[in-house]
Design a protein around this ligand. Structure first.
Ligand SMILES: CC(C)(COP(=O)(O)OP(=O)(O)OC[C@H]1O[C@@H](n2cnc3c(N)ncnc32)[C@H](O)[C@@H]1OP(=O)(O)O)[C@@H](O)C(=O)NCCC(=O)NCCS
Length: 166
């Protein structure tokens, strides 16, 4: 049975291996390590089955100002589900559980650069990021979600930490 919980220290190797497998490369695993080293991880959730890590999602602190006021924002990146387990709802369950936890902790907004066929079902929208200056402004894949109504309204700017290597 698949269970979802906050990543435990002993699961890090499984998390990194899963990301290397799902993304067919090392970039995302390196980002996870860099974000952790820099103390920026806000939430890391793992989906496991029989102690095997089969899904993972990570959120990190992101500098976002809207109308010159800093808001509590996080970046969703990366997320991955084991290739043999995709399409079974595990990714969706990870996103939904995370959003509940983040809202309960007072996070106001989530930004993601990701699949336009996947994230809108959770409420992410490119319309909410059009006025946010930064490396991804104008991309359809750059989407935002408000956990506090109006959190992303107006003109804004976002700065990604060095861990993303932008
Ligand atoms: C994207 C990912 C996390 C989704 O996890 P999942 O457990 O398969 O997701 P779910 O089963 O909850 O939902 C599946 C839906 O996601 C969609 N989806 C999966 N990969 C997609 C992609 N590359 N582009 C667009 N949509 C995608 C599926 O088409 C499916 O849509 P449907 O429900 O309309 O048929 C998973 O496919 C994955 O790990 N992919 C490789 C790594 C990756 O791309 N990570 C995300 C970076 S933004």
């Amino acid at each position: 049975m698949v269970s979802i919980s906050v990543e435990r220290p002993g699961q890090r190797d499984g998390v990194l291996a899963l990301n290397r497998l799902a993304f067919e490369g090392d970039d995302e695993a390196r980002i996870i390590e860099a974000l952790t080293r820099d103390g920026l991880v806000v939430l890391s959730l793992v989906a496991s089955d029989d102690d095997q890590v089969i899904g993972h999602i990570l959120f990190s602190r992101l500098e976002v100002e809207m109308e010159r006021r800093a808001i509590r924002a996080v970046a969703l990146a990366p997320m991955a589900v084991h290739p043999d387990q995709q399409g079974k709802g595990i990714g969706s369950a990870l996103v939904r559980r995370s959003l509940d936890l983040l809202a309960a902790h007072g996070v106001e907004a989530v930004l993601v650069v990701g699949h336009t066929g996947f994230y809108p079902r959770f409420g992410f929208s490119a319309a909410l990021t059009r006025q946010i200056a930064g490396p991804f402004q104008g991309l359809e894949a750059f989407m935002g979600l408000e956990l506090r109504a109006g959190a992303l309204s107006g003109q804004g700017i976002c700065r990604y930490p060095a861990a993303f290597g932008l």
